[in-house]
Ligand binder design. Structure first.
Ligand SMILES: Nc1ncnc2c1ncn2[C@@H]1O[C@H](COP(=O)(O)OP(=O)(O)OP(=O)(O)O)[C@@H](O)[C@H]1O
Length: 704
């Protein structure tokens, strides 16, 4: 309340300091010192002073600098000790032995033996040293005295003064006298300053080797952005919590670095191979990725562990702190308007690998599968590849976008087919699109040898929709599912099995894989499998296969939402470093506007494509009449042959027909298939009767 307001009621004084604090915003000012006991105030003051950040920083600094001196003294003493004993060679031999490098162990052992032999010789020489020293002293003194006397005689002859004979001798004596005086003067201060200089030396050594506990370091140095040095890697491995590793590294001491290859700069991080001591498996290290990352002062996603060809070795790629969160450059498709593609020899500029090298994906005769959780960049990654290939005018696209919000709309007048939408009807169309792909594939397979086939790319984005489609056709065959009668599944399998050789290729994008929405046979039919962030290791296994995941591929460790556009790619089409089962690619993001501009460039390379927005099912067929046509003049025909002839008549319409379709169409007509000589047949005469008897509306029947 302000001072110029007169209160109309009597204000109750606060009953205690706590009440005062609770009722007024400036609580501390109202605490009356006299009311708080002195010991409580002292305790609070001490606690405040002790816990104050400045006090803690000073404390940390004191401990740190003290530890530098102690650590430096320990390091210097050990160095001095090791220079006089074979301890160093023994330690290196032990480290090599633990690392399983017996050749190096023998080499260090031999060097140790040689050191011992030399030291023995030096000691034996030392036994004769006093005699040699006395003799040397006698001879030296005599020679010096004689030399100075001779010099004096020559001087005296030259100056003709007899006194000059002893002049050099006297000069030498005088010099010695001055040296003694200087030493006497300097000795006192030197004795006082010497220990200080030694301490400063120890401190410098300790500081250089960071011989202080991590918690004493200034906050900036503790932030985890430290450069990766051999000792940091060895310590991180030591602290992994794997007992045989800890013991082995303890045995090795400083020589633990012998486990490491050279630490090489690799893109926005470093790469190092670690040869594990015997008794430690690569899987144990892989399973402790988070701990290893934290020991290295990094986040889990900044450390990648793969298995190189060398046995018992893990390859660590450690990102510079925060580097993976920096965006990568723009796609060459966006920046280079003259860029063209070549389906056979070219490779799509997809993004960058972790080393910062361009990640290029060849697409020649490869079926593709991209999976990932929702909204991680699956469509963008798939579309980027299609946009690149669109720069080869020979490529033909049939696209079913089963989300249908316009992500693929720029392919209008570029793709021959563009189905967009999420309904069952769209899934049915996508299935029929694939079946037509199968028909085209079969036509190509039967073409004369040497025929050149342009690439026909069938793209199904959100393919899980097609697998989950519950609708059945008239013959009761399901469109979705993974049975032998499931139409999408069977068409996808047929293309996977035989499409490659005639350039009929299936690219699928699917979300959140399960066995139901991405059947095993279909995921394994794709040559190139790539995955964005996933929810679990079992999903990673579905997306990329067991082999890739066992070899270190871990899309489930990518961060949902943060690692958008980052793919783990296994299998064919991309250069994967020898021995690795996968490669992590950060893709260039091409947004919808940029994609539209690129698609326009691709359209300009073609004569104009008329895109079918829905599948043209052609003329309405009359199956009963068609069956009568293919039976022709024969009295009866085997049902198998009827099916074959129907397929020849219109493969687009009849290629998926089975005996069930025939049975269903003929049911109730009086021309149903029957057994003759133990085999199912259809009779011409009965068909003719059925055709003659049917009502006029039935003759314009729709698809069976
Ligand atoms: N390479 C990339 N780099 C950075 N961000 C990206 C990248 N790719 C995609 N994104 C971001 O992720 C968002 C989703 O992309 P996209 O639609 O391709 O994902 P999706 O996995 O297909 O999603 P949905 O769940 O709809 O299938 C984009 O709007 C964009 O912001």
């Amino acid at each position: 309340m302000s001072n110029n307001v007169v209160p109309l009621f009597k204000e109750e004084p606060p009953t205690s300091a706590t009440d005062a604090a609770a009722t007024t915003p400036d609580a501390p000012a109202l605490v009356i010192p006299g009311r708080v006991p002195w010991w409580a105030r002292s305790r609070n003051a001490i606690a405040w002073a002790v816990t104050h950040e400045r006090t803690r920083a000073v404390g940390r600094g004191a401990v740190r600098n003290g530890m530098y001196v102690l650590g430096g003294a320990r390091i210097t003493t050990r160095r001095a000790w090791e220079s006089r004993t074979p301890a160093r060679y023994e330690r290196l031999a032990r480290a090599a032995e633990v690392a399983g490098d017996y050749e190096a162990a023998m080499k260090w052992d031999e060097q140790g033996q040689r050191f011992r032999a030399m030291r023995h010789k030096r000691r034996m020489d030392l036994l004769h040293a006093p005699e040699a020293l006395a003799r040397g002293l006698l001879v030296g003194t005599g020679a010096t005295f004689g030399g100075l006397l001779l010099l004096g005689i020559i001087l005296a002859i030259g100056t003709k003064h007899v006194a000059d004979v002893v002049a050099p001798l006297m000069l030498a004596i005088e010099t010695i006298k001055w040296i003694v005086v200087i030493v006497t003067v300097v000795w006192g201060p030197a004795m006082a300053v010497g220990p200080l200089l030694a301490l400063a030396g120890f401190w410098a050594v300790g500081r250089k080797r960071q011989a202080a506990p991590n918690w004493t370091l200034p906050a900036a140095d503790r932030s985890g952005g430290d450069p990766i040095t051999p000792s940091i890697v060895v310590k991180a491995m030591h602290d992994l919590g794997i007992a045989p590793m800890r013991t082995a590294i303890k045995e090795m001491g400083d020589a633990g670095a012998a486990m490491l290859s050279l630490i090489k700069i690799a893109g926005c991080g470093v790469e190092v191979d670690v040869t594990l001591p015997s008794g430690v498996t690569t899987t144990e290290v892989q399973n402790r990725r988070r701990k290893l990352a934290e020991n290295l002062g990094r986040h889990e996603h900044e450390v990648f562990i793969t298995i190189p060809p060398a046995p018992r070795t893990v390859r660590l790629w450690i990102a510079d702190s925060g580097a993976l969160d920096e965006p990568i450059g723009r796609s060459p498709l966006v920046t280079d308007e003259t860029l063209r593609a070549d389906y056979i020899k070219g490779r799509a500029p997809w993004g960058q690998d972790l080393r910062g090298d361009a990640a290029l994906l060849g697409l020649f005769q490869l079926h593709l599968l991209i999976t990932g959780l929702s909204n991680q960049g699956k469509t963008a990654a798939l579309r980027a590849l299609a946009l690149w290939l669109a720069m080869d005018p020979r490529a033909e696209f049939w696209i079913a976008d089963l989300k249908g919000v316009g992500d693929w709309r720029m392919f209008l007048n570029l793709a021959a087919v563009l189905i967009e939408g999420p309904t069952d009807e769209h899934c049915i169309e996508a299935t029929e699109m694939l079946e037509r792909g199968v028909a085209e594939m079969e036509r190509r397979l039967q073409s004369p040898e040497g025929t050149d086939f342009p690439p026909l790319i069938l793209i199904v984005d959100e393919a899980q929709q097609a697998f989950m489609c519950p609708v059945k056709d008239e013959a009761k065959n399901p469109y979705g599912g993974s049975k032998a009668t499931s139409r999408y599944f069977m068409a996808a399998r047929k293309i996977h099995n035989q499409g490659r050789a005639v350039n009929v290729l299936l690219w699928q994008g699917t979300q959140d894989p399960t066995d139901q929405n991405l059947p095993k046979l279909v995921r394994e039919g794709a040559h190139t499998r790539a995955s964005l962030a996933l929810g679990s290791e079992s999903q990673s296994r579905m997306a990329l296969g067991d082999k890739a995941v066992d070899g270190g591929a871990a899309p489930h460790l990518l961060r949902q939402g943060l690692d958008k556009g980052t793919l783990v790619v296994s299998s064919a089409g991309i250069d994967i470093p020898a021995g690795q089962s996968s490669i992590t690619v950060r893709t260039h993001y091409i947004d919808t506007d940029e994609a539209t501009v690129i698609a326009d460039r691709a359209k300009a390379l073609r004569d104009g494509v008329d895109t079918a927005r829905t599948l043209d099912r052609g003329e309405q067929r009359d199956p009963l009449a068609d069956i009568a046509t293919v039976v022709g003049t024969a009295t009866r025909v085997l049902t198998q042959d009827v099916l074959k002839r129907l397929n020849t008549l219109d493969s687009g319409f009849y290629n998926t027909w089975t005996f069930l379709n025939l049975k269903r169409v003929l049911e109730g007509t009086g021309a149903e298939p029957y057994k003759s000589d133990g085999r199912m047949v259809i009779a011409r005469e009965r068909l003719a009767r059925a055709l003659a008897n049917r009502s006029p509306e039935d003759s314009a029947s729709g698809p069976a």
